[in-house]
Design a protein. Structure first.
Length: 527
């Protein structure tokens, strides 16, 4: 009996261990499937089993429980997949993303801007080869390159806000060779190097100005130096050295200027506290902060010192004129504030530097804005168009001559567009000789000009030219069409034929090779 009980107990324990291990294995397998973003098949199959209508209360409860479990698994799997997708899709923002101001001008004036930019960048389609019928080919041949419809991408390339590319990181390199001026004021953190020689002395001493404004130098003791100008410190230390060493020579240099704590705030790329070297200017602080954003002003930068406005900086003076009078030296705890950008106006077309410019005040005139661009090009029309949305409702256009004195009085407003148009392509009033010639010739047309004046002898044509006849391509101004006429070239050279010419005429000398004309060759003698 005892043996039977022992065997039953052993068997039960073995069965329990097998069931428990199977449960643990199933649990680990499901956990691994969940981590891999897959749904265990037993859950899926069980759910599919009860997609129909349950037949008993037990089946209903089992179906509800399994669907709840399946829902939790799917929800956790989706979260894992979303986390992976978000991690893989994270991209750094593009540094050349268009600002809201640039987008606004592109939306309002896109058609006008594209029309101007289309003249700057066009795609020439290859001209078709001459066909077997030379007259038809010459009539259909375009006289100017065909221009495809310009792409909106041209606006992003040519019309941007002026001045902000000044702060591109690759163009900003701060010099480490700083020469301090004589009016630099010493303060805590400056490191001085004092050299003394003569009278049996030859030493080099380094000392840092402490927070209390003093410096300790061996053999000289404690010397107060804070608040003293750099140009005067040599005299002061020399007087102190004369108390201990007679007839000694002194030189004093600052080997490491102190650092300044400057707050750069407002519309800059990296606002906050900046640690910069002494003898740094407002521009240095802006560079350390990454420069102003495109929604930040370049013309109304404020420098505050001890709670009061100390100076205002207009970067246009620096960029356009090279004027640095307002780029002042900063002091510890100064605040550089870049406010939001002011009114803007765009200038496009035939100017040296098309761009979107910031207006400094409401008194800016049309002449001043054109000066920002460097002025109109020689290819500009005599008039410009000033376009604006009056009170954000009606679209108005004002045409002004470039030499009109009113240019100094006409005020430009926020959102205006100044369009300086290019002179359209015009053919010169000339007569040309082209084709199979040594050099293409072009003559200024004058009344009474005749054909014999431009092709007076055979020396203008190359060997292999067709000499019996040539083609005269003539433009009819009344119909705006070209016509082709055949002219007896040989008779012109023999002075048996002549013809009055018109403006835009083109005489075309033809090639035998291009038109399949072969020359007969005769061999004589002992052949």
């Amino acid at each position: 009996m005892k043996e039977f009980v022992r065997r039953v107990t052993f068997t039960s324990s073995l069965i329990f261990l097998l069931v428990f291990s199977s449960f643990i294995t199933l649990f680990l397998w499901q956990s691994r499937s969940l981590a891999q973003g897959t749904i265990p098949s037993n859950f899926q199959n069980s759910a599919d089993k009860f997609n129909g209508t349950p037949t008993s209360a037990e089946e209903i409860r089992e179906a509800i429980e399994r669907k709840r479990t399946l829902s939790r698994v799917r929800r956790q799997t989706d979260l894992l997949q979303e986390e992976v997708e978000i991690t893989s899709d994270v991209k750094a923002p593009s540094p050349d993303v268009a600002s809201t101001i640039e987008k606004a001008f592109r939306i309002q004036y896109s058609d006008l801007i594209l029309r101007q930019l289309g003249l700057l960048e066009h795609i020439e389609k290859p001209s078709e080869a001459l066909s077997e019928k030379p007259s038809e080919a010459l009539i259909e041949k375009p006289s100017a390159p065909l221009i495809e419809k310009p792409s909106p991408a041209l606006i992003e390339k040519h019309l941007t806000q002026f001045g902000y590319d000044f702060f591109r990181p690759q163009e900003l390199r701060r010099s480490t060779n700083i020469v301090l001026p004589g009016d630099y004021v010493l303060g805590p953190g400056d490191v001085l190097r004092v050299n003394m020689w003569g009278s049996g002395t030859d030493v080099e001493l380094d000392g840092e100005v402490r927070p209390d404004g003093t410096i300790t130098l061996p053999r000289l003791g404690i010397i107060p130096v804070a608040g003293i100008r750099y140009g005067d410190i040599k005299t002061i230390i020399a007087k102190e050295a004369d108390k201990y060493i007679q007839g000694v020579n002194i030189s004093v240099v600052i080997v490491r200027p102190r650092s300044l704590e400057i707050y750069v705030v407002g519309q800059v790329k990296n606002p906050g506290l900046r640690i910069i070297p002494a003898f740094s200017t407002v521009l240095n602080a802006l560079i350390e902060a990454g420069g102003p954003l495109k929604v930040g002003s370049l013309r109304k930068i404020v420098i505050s010192r001890k709670g009061k406005v100390f100076r205002r900086l207009d970067l246009y003076d620096l960029i356009l004129k090279g004027d640095t009078k307002d780029d002042v030296l900063l002091e510890d705890k100064d605040v550089v504030y870049v406010p939001y950008i002011g009114p803007t106006v765009a200038v496009i077309g035939a100017v040296h530097r098309p761009a979107i410019f910031e207006l400094k005040d409401k008194k800016s005139t049309l002449e001043k804005v054109l000066n920002y661009t460097g002025g109109p090009l020689a290819q500009a029309q005599v008039k410009l168009n000033l376009r604006r949305f009056e009170r954000n409702q009606a679209f108005e256009v004002l045409d002004v001559a470039l030499n009109d004195p009113k240019m100094k009085k006409i005020k430009v407003l926020d959102g205006d567009l100044v369009e300086v148009r290019y002179i359209g392509h015009k053919f010169p009033r000339a007569v040309k000789v082209t084709g199979h010639v040594w050099d293409m010739m072009e003559f200024t047309f004058r009344e009474g000009m005749r054909l014999s004046e431009v092709i007076s002898n055979k020396g203008i044509v190359k060997p292999g030219a067709i000499t019996k006849y040539a083609l005269l391509r003539r433009y009819d101004q009344a119909t705006s069409e070209y016509s082709i006429e055949e002219i007896p070239l040989a008779r012109i050279w023999e002075k048996e034929f002549d013809l009055p010419l018109r403006a835009y005429d083109e005489i075309i000398i033809l090639s035998q090779e291009e038109f399949g004309i072969k020359t007969e060759v005769y061999l004589r003698g002992a052949v």
